[in-house]
Design a protein around this ligand. Sequence first.
Ligand code: ADP
Ligand code: MG
Length: 318
Amino acid sequence: MDVYLSARHVQKKYGETVALQDASLELCPGEILALLGPNGAGKTTLIKILATVLAKDAGQVEILGHDLDRHMQEIRHLFGYVGQDTERSAYARLTVVENLHFFGALRGMDKRQVDAQIEKLAAYFDFGENLAKQFVHLSGGQKQTVVIMRGLLHDPPIIYLDEPTKGLDPIIAKKIRAFLKRFVMQEGKSLLLTSHVLPEVDELADRVALIHRGTIPIVGTPDELKASVGATESVEIERATVPAATLQRIERLEPVLFVQERNHHWVSFGVDDAMAGAEAIIRVLREDNVRARFRHHTVSLEDAFVHHIGELAEKFDQ
Ligand SMILES: Nc1ncnc2c1ncn2[C@@H]1O[C@H](COP(=O)(O)OP(=O)(O)O)[C@@H](O)[C@H]1O
Ligand SMILES: [Mg+2]
């Protein structure tokens, strides 16, 4: 497997706080890799280190054959970085085009190159109508799009996005995800994004790296992570509506492959055949004369996450 970027055993402390304990990951050509983890897991710290904004304490990073510590200048051209401070990533009173020309000039691009790139990006992000507007007059989603365009201006092969849809309404967020996906696929870019929004990761990522307390214990495709749960369907019962003895009977049913505590309210039973599983469970409920609240869903990335990193999932905002 070709690798565009490899980070090995990266460590970082802020004073006494260990942000990255021992983080390793690889980004391959043409892939979208999501660094998925709860607040404080170390996502921003790792992406800032890869973007040379922050110095690591230990570990090695290589980007397209260049060592991060020794070839900082070469590496700066190989990636585009979009951090979280959208408001301060462009000049409020300049128009979108003026902003992009300013940042293009900083990178040593000539005007023609910048214009050509603006035209291309505006087409991908459906942004032509907003190019002449002042940054300050744009909506949150539009501002974020400008900052993403700024990060893509020099046409880098690798893109880092730190929570690209944070704070945006769900419809705009979905639109930006669709634009990004098309851009990355059609232009053959590699994208590393951080997120703690599971549906976002499921929609975008070719591979997911689970980050947990500054380590990356698990990497796989969304399907691999889901498959590792050990069942394809989940039947959930509201705990308060069912006596403990009935729950124990359900646990012992043949179609029930595993039991998982979703949270304080719901107990999840993994099954492979939703119909047969639900039927067996309902039979027990009938026999015990219990009217339970229950629901069913196909195993999701969230189930995989609960399975792998257990209690952490409760901290996720869904
Ligand atoms: N500038 C900083 N000073 C001190 N501690 C920090 C700083 N930035 C982050 N941390 C701490 O490092 C850990 C990882 O933070 P961060 O990389 O921002 O995680 P994430 O992006 O996954 O939410 C957290 O415990 C956080 O509180
Ligand atoms: Mg962060």
